[in-house]
Design a protein around this ligand. Structure first.
Ligand code: GDP
Ligand code: MN
Ligand code: MN
Ligand code: MN
Length: 249
């Protein structure tokens, strides 16, 4: 099994209104089964999910939190606007966004956009992946699977990795429960978060700064079966419960 990984070269700076699938299809000859990963930053720029800091008036809450995190209160307001639940206010804001993803500063990003502007995460990342997949199907007649990625920090470990915030044409998780290992033991727990594994390697090709590679194609990946319930429910998530409790103390 040999997987091919192709960074899409030569994409321009993306602006609101750009047809991202068309721009990518001009630069890649897709095959059925390919997995296309796209950085959420460029999807958001193409769709206009960006904000101008000068137009944001911070609330009292934003001003209060900004004093603790030492950030621009307008930036903090944008983070609050993007958040459906705040798990931690400082030393950094950790919050949930409506799609279920939990991340630092709600994924609001001021890299790779003009000064004074910020990128917010696509509000419907699953819909975004499905929309890109459909557009590529229309343009190329190929059945391509799509993952929308973002770079994200992790608990317990230093260093950020790519993660999947939306996907289409595949399940998030390869469910190994019920499968047998090399010694015949039945696996009872293992659910592999394949979309995150692929997003992480895509992020390695994309880089974080001036590389200009916001899309990566994986060819010859196997197909897997599982489910999409990648986010713990609040009842299942003991780390989240502990954070919420300590926030109250
Ligand atoms: P994020 O992880 O979704 O926040 O995206 P990043 O800001 O880390 O960018 C990921 C990759 O996309 C890097 O290689 C960036 O240089 C590249 N990138 C970001 N914006 C653009 C753009 O408008 N055009 C091109 N060609 N590349 C971009
Ligand atoms: Mn960024
Ligand atoms: Mn980002
Ligand atoms: Mn990144």
């Amino acid at each position: 099994m040999e997987i091919q990984v192709i960074g899409v070269q030569g994409l321009p700076l993306i602006r609101k209104g750009d047809d991202l699938p068309a721009l990518i299809c001009d630069r890649v000859t897709f095959e059925d089964g390919d997995i296309l990963t796209i950085a959420s930053s460029v999807y958001s720029k193409a769709k206009g999910f960006t904000r101008d800091l000068a137009t944001i008036t911070p609330s009292a809450d934003a001003v209060r939190i900004a004093a603790k995190t030492k950030e621009d209160p307008r930036f903090v307001q944008a983070v609050l606007d993007s958040s459906s639940d705040i798990l931690l206010e400082h030393p950094f804001i950790l919050s949930e966004v409506p799609s279920g993803h939990i991340g630092v500063r709600a994924g609001v990003d001021h890299s790779n956009i003009e000064d004074g502007r910020i990128i917010i995460l696509p509000p419907d990342p699953m819909g975004a992946a499905a929309e890109i997949r459909d557009a590529i199907q229309r343009i190329t007649k190929k059945d391509v699977r799509v993952i929308i990625t973002d770079t994200c920090g992790r608990s317990f470990r230093r260093g950020q990795t790519g993660i999947a915030i939306g996907w289409a044409g595949m399940t998030a998780i390869n469910d190994y429960r019920g499968d047998t290992d090399l010694f015949g033991h039945v696996l009872e727990i293992t659910e592999e978060a394949v979309v995150d594994e692929i997003a992480a390697f895509a992020n390695f090709l994309m880089g974080e700064s001036h590389q200009g590679v916001p899309a990566v194609v994986f060819r010859n990946c196997r197909v897997w079966n599982g489910h999409d319930a990648v986010y713990f429910t609040p009842e299942e998530d003991i780390v989240r419960a502990a954070l919420k409790k300590s926030k109250k103390d």
